[in-house]
Design a protein around this ligand. Structure first.
Ligand code: NAI
Ligand code: MG
Length: 352
């Protein structure tokens, strides 16, 4: 029987509340489809550890994860620890150290979910944001000068490389080929005059190799408006690190709740483990109350199974999610229900 070695990093806040439901779901699928999952849990890698020991994870953290087949992460972030510390101390080192340059964020309006957007109907809105995950606007290049003086300043450089953008675009165009054959590139080449025209040139260059894909580009501001006004027209949306980050949260809200949204951080070459995590953060406002929606983590676990070569098991999960939402009124508070995390998970397991 195939065994997959999974690293679990619950993190902070509701991160630790949504991973156990995902694990329960995974174990059901393993039994049904004839594979096993062995877990190594890194419960301590969190903001609490940072406050105690000055680091989110041990110095050899990446080496400990290196031999795993995949990583399932909850969320990091805790009031009292600056967000750039928690992000740059754990998530970003894993994404960069393991060359997870594709961040994949599917968006779907499920039947039974009331989108806050009138025109977002179930069955029609089904697209995926492909976000560049290791360079772009989230860079360490820059610095601060003259701290505390009137002439204090900060400079932050965005880094776009031909190799980095091209490999991402190739992934996005290939995905569009397998899906509905449409690709939209998020740009802002009217305002950002160096990196974005370069991005646009590379998109046009790569598009020539994918003649079956119809493609277009939109400025990020207009694109944000279209996500709300015509969300059904999108198939694959490819974007830089910052634009993709913002667009995918917006898209998750259009789909009903950020609590539903999953993400995969992929190393397509499979030289390193890939990482799967809900889009949402540690949600300190609702942590510890057993009311977090576990679907973002569960759907992320489904993406992990797909990546590990079990597409049918992955589909069982998304089918069960769709069935619970369409056929029952059991849902967590973010979706207008009253179910606890545990009750909702039980219902999903029953349907599974
Ligand atoms: P957030 O996603 O944690 O919360 C935003 C809002 O959505 C809150 O009102 C929260 O209650 C709600 N929400 C989020 N997930 C939910 C779920 N599963 N079920 C029900 N409601 C849910 O984002 P926020 O407030 O901006 O950040 C909180 C902390 O999380 C910060 O420290 C931030 O840096 C961190 N963060 C971490 C991320 C990660 O680990 N990948 C991603 C985003 C934020
Ligand atoms: Mg985000």
């Amino acid at each position: 029987m195939t065994n997959h070695r999974i690293a679990l990093i619950p993190g902070d806040g509701i991160g630790a509340e949504v991973l156990p439901p995902a694990q329960q779901v995974l174990d059901v699928l393993g039994r049904r489809h004839g594979f096993t999952l062995s877990y190594t849990s890194y419960d301590d890698w969190s903001c609490e550890r940072y406050l105690r020991e000055g680091a989110m994870m041990p110095a050899d953290g990446l080496a400990q994860l290196r031999d795993k087949d995949a990583i399932l992460l909850g969320a990091v972030g805790h009031p009292g620890v600056p967000d750039h510390v928690s992000l740059w101390g754990l998530l970003i080192p894993i994404r960069r150290g393991f060359r997870q340059y594709v961040n994949l964020r599917p968006i779907k309006v499920f039947e039974g979910i009331d989108s806050p957007v009138r025109g977002a109907r179930a069955g029609e809105v089904d697209f995926v944001v492909v976000r560049e995950n290791v360079e772009g606007e989230y860079s360490e290049v820059g610095g601060r000068l003259n701290r505390g003086f009137p002439d204090e300043m900060a400079v932050q450089e965005a880094v776009f490389t031909r190799a980095g953008v091209t490999r991402l675009l190739d992934y996005a165009f290939q995905l569009a080929e397998q899906r509905k054959g449409r690709l939209t590139s998020a740009t802002k080449s009217n305002g950002i005059v160096h990196t974005m025209p370069f991005w646009d040139e590379l998109v046009a260059e790569r598009a020539a190799s994918f003649p079956q894909v119809g493609w277009g580009q939109e400025h990020i501001d207009a694109l944000a408006a279209k996500f709300v006004l015509e969300p059904a027209r999108f198939d694959v949306v490819v974007a830089s690190n910052l634009f993709g980050d913002i667009l995918s949260d917006l898209a998750a809200a259009v789909a009903g709740s950020i609590g539903l949204a999953p993400a995969a951080n992929l190393n397509p070459e499979r030289e390193f483990p890939s990482m799967f995590e809900p889009v949402h953060g540690s949600a300190p406002d609702i942590a510890g109350q057993d009311i977090a929606n576990p679907l973002g983590a569960i759907w992320s676990a489904a993406m992990m199974l797909d990546h590990l070569g079990h597409p049918r098991a992955a589909k069982d999960i998304t089918d069960a999610m769709a069935a619970v939402l369409a056929k029952t009124d059991v849902r967590t508070r973010d979706l207008g229900g009253t179910a606890s995390t545990a009750d909702f998970t039980d219902k999903l397991l029953e349907v599974l």
